[in-house]
Structure formats: C-alpha cells, structure tokens
Design a protein around this ligand. Structure first.
Ligand SMILES: [Zn+2]
Length: 401
C-alpha cells in the first residue's frame, strides 16, 4: 500500500464541525449511507443520517469515513533494521542478528528511523499505537508527534533495579492521549518476580501490561521443562539463573496464569501455539490479545488460529511487530493479509480486529475504536467508491492489497 495515496487523517478539531461522507462506518457492524459526524471539543457529539445540508457542513466526498486504525503491537525503535535481518532461517538466527545490528546502528540512527517511521503512521491510517520499547528511546518520538496510545517500557532478565522507587517511577503514567506503561518481554526471558512486580505496578495505575506469549519453540520447550534446548545455559551465560523459575510441565499461557499475570488488563501478544486449556484460561481471565500474522509468517512460518480465538469470544487486536520482521507498520496491510489467509473470518470481525479490539486491547476502548458518541474526533477518510454497505466492507478490508 502506498502511504497516504487516498487517505485523509483528520486530527481532532477543537471547534464544532460536521463532517459528511458518502459512507460512515460507525462500527464494524454499522455502515451508514450519506451521514454526518458532529464533533466538538475533540469528541464526537452525534451521528446524523441523512447528513445535514447547511453551509457549515464539511463535505469530505463520496468515500468512507471511519475510526482510525489501531496498531496494538509495534516496535518503532527497530525501524532502522528494515531489510537488515535474515527472515525464514529460524528465530534464533534472527534474534542474534537483531541484537548485533541494533548495537551496530547506535541510538541516534535508531531514533531517527523511529521518528521517520512514526511520522508516516497517520498517512497509513493508524491513529493509535501500542509501542514496545526495550531501549526506552521512543517515548519522546511519540509524544512529539502527538500520537495516541500506550508506550510500553519492556523489561527482560531479572533487572529489578530498573523499576526504581515507587514515587520516582518515570515510566508508569496514565494520561490522554499517550500513556506510559510496562511490558515483560516473554515468559522465558523475563524473571517471574520481575513480571509480577511490573504487573502490580501497572494494575495499580489502571494500565494495560503487555507481554509476548506462546510465540517460539524455545519458549514452549523451556516453560514445559523439556530437557536440552540450551535456553537455561544461554540465560546463565547472560548472568541470569533460571533454576528457581517455576517452569515445567506447563504451557506459557498456564505459566503466566499460575503467576497471577492474566486478567483483562494484560495484553498477550502472538499466541501462536495454544492448547484448548490455554484458550479456556484466556477466555476465563478475559485476557486481551494481539496478533501479528505477517510477522509470525516471516519469523516462524506459522500463523495464529484466529477462528479458535473468535469461537471462544476472545477478541484479538492486530499489530505488526517491527519493520525488522514485517514489510510495513500499516494495519490496512495486516487486514488485507488476514483476509487473504483466513477466508473464513467475517469482514466485520477483521475490521473489529483493526479498530475496536485494538482500542480495547490498549485499555482505550472508551476513547477510540468506533465513531460512537464521546469517542475521539480523530477520523479517517478513504477516497474510495462503494455501492452498498457490503461493498464498503469489502473495499475497506481489502484496501491494503
Ligand atoms: Zn513484538
């Protein structure tokens, strides 16, 4: 998809306006013809069908007006590594190359690339992000651009000293439009006591906690306690003793559940390898989920079972991971990929993954994700022609093709 080719991103106008379009997607199940969206004070006040005709109405054209898309899982800070890492040669090689290339690039280069990439997100229709930052270098990038969402400082190993003093904690802050929260990297890379300490902190602040889970074979094997594999030795070589971690005979999802990590304010990312019992746990705990199918395909040659998640009434969001494992950070592209690879998933379900599920996954469903009253007046206009509501859904979900 060419960024910005037929997209107009309308940033929350503070004064009262009525935006009219040929079609308005209020939510993935409600497509309205010739409709006006009344906004004031940065919020949607009401939806009017048919659209009023007075001179104050801003007529955007015959296309589609909708909520901006949500990229619920991205690593902008790895943008400089685009096309620099081996894909399709195994996850271990990719990770090793990532660490090497990231160090070689250096902070100024990583920051510049993150800045440039973040600045292009709205041109691709993305208004809300869940950014994962291991190095901590992208918070300013997002703040400066006025991007909405959650910036997650990601923790690995057992480095609890990074948590700092409760009063002096710089990273945990709930605010609009951008909150600052914490993420654990994964069950096999972040110490259990650090995970629970971080989760306690984000819960107290009313924020979502994010973690990659059930992604790679090495993670599955280590948490299951499968002998060999070398992960214990690798961690020890990095100075991390995993001998007291409560792993063995369980899945990553069950492991996190046993630690008390799973609830409706935890965002599990990937879920590539899950059992029926895992699905039960995720459903019972109302854990939020985010899937990154294009990245999964590139790194693992495997795709998440979206139909099984939807069948349990789990409502996955979409993310892209980074440009180190995915061609673009566009969610129109991710939707188009899902459409092509999962023909059995309904179009409203796909659009929900890209919008309301993403907003909910970041704990921001009250403010973003649909064009309901009191939601953000950030709007997305697509200059496309459609004949019927069904045609609108066809064209919007295939827009990235
Ligand atoms: Zn990731």
């Amino acid at each position: 998809m060419t960024p910005g080719s037929d997209i107009r991103f309308i940033t929350e106008p503070s004064r009262s306006r009525v935006f009219r379009a040929g079609w308005v997607i209020k939510d993935p199940w409600t497509v309205l013809e010739n409709t006006g969206v009344v906004v004031a004070g940065g919020q949607i006040k009401k939806i009017v069908t048919p659209a009023p005709k007075d001179a104050s109405v801003v007529d955007l054209g015959p296309g589609v007006l909708m909520a901006p898309l949500v990229n619920a899982h991205v690593h902008l800070e790895l943008s400089a590594l685009k096309n620099r890492l081996p894909l399709g040669q195994g996850f271990a090689l990719w990770v090793a190359a990532l660490l090497r290339e990231r160090d070689a690039a250096g902070t100024p280069t990583l920051k510049t690339a993150a800045q440039k990439t973040a600045a292009s997100l709205q041109d691709m229709g993305v208004g809300l992000v869940g950014e994962i930052s291991t190095l901590g270098i992208t918070s300013q990038v997002l703040s400066t651009l006025g991007l909405a969402g959650v910036w997650f400082k990601e923790f690995l190993g057992d480095e609890e000293e990074y948590l700092g003093d409760e009063e002096q904690d710089l990273y945990i802050k709930k605010q609009v439009p951008l909150s600052f929260s914490a993420a654990g990297h994964a069950p096999h890379t972040t110490a259990p006591q650090l995970l629970t300490a971080l989760k306690k902190r984000t819960s107290a602040a009313g924020l979502v906690f994010s973690i990659h889970v059930a992604e790679s074979d090495v993670e599955i094997d280590f948490i299951a306690g499968t002998p060999g594999g070398g992960w214990t030795d690798f961690m020890m070589s990095r100075g991390i003793d995993t001998s007291a971690w409560p792993v063995g005979n369980k899945t990553p999802v069950a492991y996190l559940h046993d630690l008390g990590m799973l609830d409706n304010a935890t965002l599990g990312v990937h879920l590539l390898q899950v059992t029926d019992r895992d699905l039960d746990i995720l459903a019972q705990t109302e854990t939020k989920l985010c899937l990154c199918p294009r990245s999964n395909q590139n790194l693992h040659g495997r795709l998440p079972d979206i139909a099984s998640l939807l069948a349990r009434n789990l409502k996955p969001a979409l993310g892209t991971d980074s440009l180190a494992s995915c061609d673009s950070l566009g969610i129109f592209d991710e939707m188009a990929f899902v459409r092509q690879l999962y023909p059995q998933i309904s179009l409203p379900d796909i659009l929900a993954m890209a919008t309301i599920n993403g907003a909910n996954a970041l704990g921001l469903g009250q403010h973003w994700g649909t064009l309901d009253t009191e939601r953000s007046a950030q709007l997305l206009y697509l200059d496309i022609k459609a004949r019927t509501p069904a045609d609108v859904m066809e064209k919007v979900t295939a827009y990235g093709i």
